[in-house]
Design a protein around this ligand. Sequence first.
Ligand SMILES: CC1=C(CCC(=O)O)c2cc3nc(cc4[nH]c(cc5[nH]c(cc1n2)c(C)c5CCC(=O)O)c(CCC(=O)O)c4C)C(CCC(=O)O)=C3C
Ligand SMILES: [Fe+2]
Length: 413
Amino acid sequence: MTARPAYDAVLLAGFGGPESPDDVMPFLRNVTRGRGVPEERLVEVSHHYLALGGVSPINEQNRALRVALEAELRRRGVDLPVLWGNRNWGPFLSDVVADAAGRGLTRLLGLATSAYSSYSGCRQYREDFGGALLAGGLVGTVVLDKVRPYYDRPGFLAPVADATVEAVRELLGDGVTAGEIEVVFTTHSIPTVMADSSGSAELGDHGSGGAYVAQHLAACRAVMDRLGRELGTTPSWQLAYQSRSGPPSVPWLEPDINDVITGLSGRRAVVAVPIGFISDHVEVVWDLDHEARDTAAAAGLRWVRVRTSGTDPRFVAALGDLVQARLDPAAGPVDAGAAGPVRPDFCPVGCCVGRVRRPTTAAQDSAVDWTDLDVTDDQLAASGIRGTRPRTATAPDVGTDGDRRPDPAGVAR
Ligand SMILES: CC1=C(CCC(=O)O)c2cc3nc(cc4[nH]c(cc5[nH]c(cc1n2)c(C)c5CCC(=O)O)c(CCC(=O)O)c4C)C(CCC(=O)O)=C3C
Ligand SMILES: [Fe+2]
């Protein structure tokens, strides 16, 4: 007899993007609601979307990932549907979760299309999960957990590493020497305050750059190690940032990739590696393939932009591994992989907390965030929302693998 699996469905949680020119401004307002982004920035970014026809490729990419992951799970004998919903554009997470609940799919394993820890890349997805439960009146009915940040998975890094090796090999073949190549890894800039508080104080993440920068550097090193092994030579490399937003008075992570390109000397080629993203969406095709490429051309540099993991079978398999590990806790957590420490399945207390505490799911302290809401202890317990009502902190439950499990006795006390 097989036990009932812990989840009824996987919920692929995307960023969302416009599907037509008329969607562009409403989409941008959704993304930036309450985030203090100046109107001029929205107008500027709307031009990027409109130049690409007003359609972001991100939805098509996530549809493809959904299909690939569902097929991968089925190949492994895991017959879970993979649902897809977005944070900022339809299909909205709240509608997808309500619809799933209506079909009896009440235990959902969320999987964000973001590999790293930060408010924008992890907690905001959990907040939107919480918001979906609240909007649908589903607190107490629906469980909505989340797969941990997966930046360390060899299956995420291998497609990027291979494409980087290929790019460098081609340049070497064209007579460019390793010393004339700069490998520039790039990711989304975020406010330095957001970076410094990314991850968890308990896990020792906080401080300069936080888990966000540390995880990116670990991922870059894994790629560069592979490059060194494959080619026997390592060009110099650095981590740069792109797509800065917000008012100029607020410090964001630097250096910007365009400044890096302009400041290079003694180089003939730039290999840009968008390590911070999982698909070739607008931030990649506009900010890199247009803006940074033009900067490189103006600086007289050859420019190669490496592809993201997308639906590479190794990446899809890595996501399948993460889902399977959650279905079968006896199998234990997936090993630490190529880079950095394993993140816990349930985010630690205060993980990546933003300016405002909003209800979340999938964390040790998720229920704390629900305290002021009209939700009973019984409803919280039935939700399986991990965490406790405020109470004196007890010693964290740390397993030997460093993976903190929720304390079942502490739920909704
Ligand atoms: C860390 C991070 C990721 C990676 C993690 C993840 O993937 O989630 C990411 C991804 C993405 N960001 C995207 C688009 C946008 N991001 C914006 C604004 C912002 N991003 C931020 C951070 C991140 N963003 C931040 C701190 C802001 C400022 C406002 C705020 O504090 O929240 C804005 C508003 C305009 C502007 O200000 O640029 C847009 C349009 C798209 C969709 C692309 C497409 O449509 O194909 C994707 C995948
Ligand atoms: Fe963004």
